[in-house]
Write a protein that binds this ligand. Structure first.
Ligand SMILES: Cc1cc2nc3c(=O)[nH]c(=O)nc-3n(C[C@H](O)[C@H](O)[C@H](O)COP(=O)(O)OP(=O)(O)OC[C@H]3O[C@@H](n4cnc5c(N)ncnc54)[C@H](O)[C@@H]3O)c2cc1C
Length: 499
């Protein structure tokens, strides 16, 4: 099969690398075609733990790629100022660790009885090892004799990771071609036959990957696949970006997402700089006001060099795989970067496609199942992110008030919130809906507990044997002692970079 990948951003190169690896025995011809004039979006510097699985699949060690991409470890995301409830002004959404199996049930239990009026610890932070690693600036690499696994993601420079993957792919037989596509040639059936570049070349293929970013030249453009906007409940459509110097007091292995007046600011520490940006809604804030607010948030001078502005198209296509074309990355959709899930979706999309294609070729049955699975994943992640906005308790600006008053919620999210506010156990509901594969029970409890979605403690619930078993002092002690088995983040990064 001749595969033509249009677009050499992170999505295009991830698709090329996965296809070249998974289909190594079939030896498909893979070409990546990229416009040198258009360039890549050049943001997107945080990942979920799925990116570790990506590099493991390619057989690339952390020491080979991380130093070359100025990468750091990430154990989760700290949310600051999304809630105004006393004691809940910030919380940490941790990536999982096997130790959570011993401590998370205590949070689940406490969250139920706290919602029924008991005065027990309902803030998620003391229950999770990753939260403690972030607080102490430790790397998620346990000592050899520590018997529990920790899952983690990364922060990286998006330009450098693209370059790294390009070199990796080209060394494995992928061809890199420069050119700007001006026209798409289609058969009468609608299938794509070839791409025509501005300088008159015709590039034929059997299968095409659209990784042209928000342009979506092939899938939404040539094939006319409709786009479904998420704008009804995800209001952010713009971003402004500003790097700042690297941290000098130790690199935290965490992203920070701080709520501002009409959105939130990310903070992503790399080894050579910190990536910052303000994701906001242009309905509530002008470009210039957003830029000023970001400068103020970062302590940058008002008259400094101009900052980079971006627009975001938030939603998803109706079909990710249509005819002989698969869209990956921004061309297939984007759910705003709050939980840094875009590259995770790229990986899942390509892996689902490879599995479906290997099982059934171009059969409709496999194609439909693949599209349905990707759509369900988009919706599952979307709901979790919408929930952040829905349960915020800020009331200082129309943006936050409108978000918490928003009633455009999926049935799935509506039911989750209903169960939570009725004081029932959330676990059976998450299992009934089968949505733990998008966000685990711990993530939902961290979000709802972390925002302090509890009534004030009123009734006295008599101590039970179970409550005694979940003694918070013992849990804190266990988590803190577990953290002693991990090295300092900076030291681990230095050792990775050592020749
Ligand atoms: C503000 C913001 C923050 C983000 N943060 C995160 C994050 O923390 N984590 C995360 O996972 N993701 C994040 N993302 C998403 C992430 O940036 C993208 O998913 C990722 O960079 C992949 O982009 P892409 O490859 O789809 O598109 P692009 O990088 O835009 O690449 C498009 C490619 O298509 C080529 N192209 C376009 N038109 C033509 C043409 N006519 N002819 C030839 N070539 C063409 C371009 O040259 C380019 O190579 C963020 C996005 C935004 C907007």
């Amino acid at each position: 099969m001749r595969i033509v990948i249009l677009g050499g951003g992170t999505a295009g190169w991830m698709a090329a690398a996965l296809m070249a690896t998974r289909w190594a025995d079939r030896r498909p011809s893979i070409q990546v075609l990229e416009s040198p004039d258009i360039g890549i979006i050049g943001v997107g510097e945080g990942s979920t733990p799925q990116l570790k699985a990506f590099f493991d699949t390619l057989g690339i060690a952390e020491s080979a790629w991380m130093p070359r991409c100025n990468a750091t470890y990430k154990v989760g995301i700290e949310f600051r100022d999304w809630s105004t409830r006393a004691g809940f002004e910030h919380y940490f959404h941790p990536f999982p660790s096997e130790t959570d199996e011993r401590t998370a049930p205590a949070l689940f239990f406490n969250s139920v009885i706290r919602r029924r009026g008991a005065d027990v610890e309902g803030h998620p932070d003391p229950f999770f090892l990753a939260t403690e690693l972030a607080r102490r600036k430790l790397a998620p690499l346990p000592a050899r004799n520590f018997p529990f696994r920790s899952y983690y993601g990364y922060h990286f420079d998006s330009q450098l990771i693209g370059r790294f993957l390009r070199q990796h792919c080209c060394a494995r037989g992928v061809t890199y071609v420069e050119g700007t596509v001006a026209r798409v040639e289609q058969a009468e059936s609608g299938d794509i036959l070839a791409l025509h570049t501005e300088d008159g070349r015709r590039i034929e293929g059997d299968f095409f990957v659209d990784s042209t970013g928000f342009r979506s030249l092939l899938l939404q453009g040539a094939l006319g696949v409709p786009f479904r906007s998420f704008g009804d409940n995800l209001y952010n459509d713009s971003a402004v970006v500003a790097p700042t110097p690297a941290d000098t007091d130790g690199i935290a292995p965490q992203t920070t997402a701080t709520a501002l007046s009409a959105g939130w600011a990310w903070r992503i520490p790399l080894t050579n700089r910190v990536g910052n940006g303000y994701v906001y809604s242009s309905r509530y804030l002008s470009k210039i006001a957003a830029e000023n607010e970001l400068r103020q948030h970062l302590g940058l001078p008002e008259d400094g060099p101009p900052l980079r502005h971006l627009s975001m198209k938030v939603g998803r296509v109706e079909q990710h795989w249509a005819r002989n074309c698969l869209a990956v990355g921004l061309s297939q959709g984007f759910i705003e970067p709050l939980e840094a899930t875009a590259l995770h979706l790229v990986q899942e999309t390509v892996e689902s496609f490879i599995e479906a294609y290997t099982a059934g070729g171009f059969s409709n049955q496999h194609q439909d199942a693949c599209n349905a699975a990707i759509n369900a994943r988009f919706e599952g992640i979307r709901d979790y992110i919408v929930c952040h906005y829905k349960v915020n308790s800020r009331s200082d600006t129309p943006y936050w008030r409108d978000n918490s008053a928003n009633t455009v919620l999926s049935d799935s999210l509506r039911q989750i919130l209903q169960v939570w506010h009725d004081g029932q156990d959330l676990l059976p509901e998450l299992q009934r809906q089968g949505i733990e594969r998008y966000y685990a029970a711990a993530s939902w409890h961290c979000l709802l507990g972390g925002y302090g979605q509890y009534p004030p403690p009123q009734r006295l619930i008599p101590p039970s044997a179970k409550a005694a078993r979940y003694d918070i002092a013992r849990i804190r002690d266990f988590v803190q002692r577990c953290a002693l088995n991990f090295p300092a983040h900076e030291q681990a990064l230095r050792e990775l970079a050592a020749p």
